[in-house]
Design a protein around this ligand. Structure first.
Ligand SMILES: O=C(O)CCC(=O)C(=O)O
Length: 264
């Protein structure tokens, strides 16, 4: 992680890393998502999805380019600085949203949430918990909608007052910004940041790809079906398989006492 990346991540609660995926890899990823995606009846907030939201789970089972992204050096150099030296990949999935879709309500925005939702700096070291890498498979301008956040809110020690929640956390409210990013980028953001997604306005649906990383000793969302299949695990390198180890830190078996090596 460079000094500039550290400055920007600390300031904003998110960071854009460009040129992670080539154009060809973005197109391949979209094709594989289209083959797997299923319509959602309701959005995660319980709104009628009206045919505008689809999801595809367990993307690493689809092979490249999703496999390479597990431990992409441009991402790991940041994630190991802000989460910890040993990481888990909790989830890897896509939401595909088409023009006029219901938005994704703002959530997060308070750093007092203990292990998964925390943010502080001690000395030169950032400490945060659950962190998302959101890959952009197309060029995204602010007016397209999509990922939205309140920059800097990951440092808030207070909850937004209940009486002002609706106004201040409105997706088109005074504090919220849509984040533009070029095709092939990764937006790395801490879940502690107040964030959500504005209704998508682009002609091509938004193919959002989300990899959720955590400290290897922590789990936020326990979803066994998000673990790659046995066949996929067998195809991964040992360095990639370790991202799917169980949630523990120490006193492991003699050959892996600190959860440093792949369990399978
Ligand atoms: O759709 C988006 O970009 C927001 C994703 C999100 O809110 C999350 O991953 O927690």
């Amino acid at each position: 992680m460079t000094a500039t990346q550290k400055y920007l991540f600390d300031l904003q609660g998110f960071l854009i890393v460009e040129d992670v995926l080539s154009d060809e890899e973005c197109e391949l990823a979209k094709r594989k998502i289209r083959e797997r995606m299923e319509p959602l009846d309701k959005t995660p907030d319980g709104y009628d999805a009206r045919g505008t939201w689809h999801s595809a789970w367990g993307l690493v089972n689809a092979g490249e380019p999703f496999t390479t992204l597990i431990d992409h050096p441009k991402l790991i150099s940041v994630l190991t600085e802000i989460i910890g030296p040993k990481l888990r990949l909790e989830g890897n999935y896509s939401f595909v949203r088409s023009q006029g879709c219901p938005h994704f309500e703002m959530h997060g925005g308070h750093r007092g949430g203990r292990v998964n939702f925390r943010y502080y700096v001690h000395g030169d070291q950032i400490f945060t918990g659950l962190t998302v890498v959101s890959f952009t498979l197309q060029d995204i301008a602010e007016e397209d909608g999509g990922f939205a956040c309140i920059p800097g809110s990951h440092k808030s020690d207070f909850h937004v007052p209940r009486e002002d929640h609706k106004r201040l956390f409105a997706i088109d409210g005074p504090l919220v910004r849509n984040i533009a990013a070029p095709k092939g980028s990764a937006i790395i953001f801490t879940e502690t940041l107040a964030h959500g997604a504005a209704s998508w306005q682009g002609d091509e649906p938004r193919y959002g790809v989300f990899y959720k990383y955590n400290d290897r000793a922590a789990t936020y969302g326990y979803r066994p079906y998000r673990t790659p299949s046995k066949e996929t695990l067998a195809r991964l390198t040992p360095a990639q398989r370790v991202f799917f180890n169980g949630t523990w830190e120490a006193f492991g078996p003699e050959d892996n006492p600190h959860n440093e090596y792949a369990e399978t």
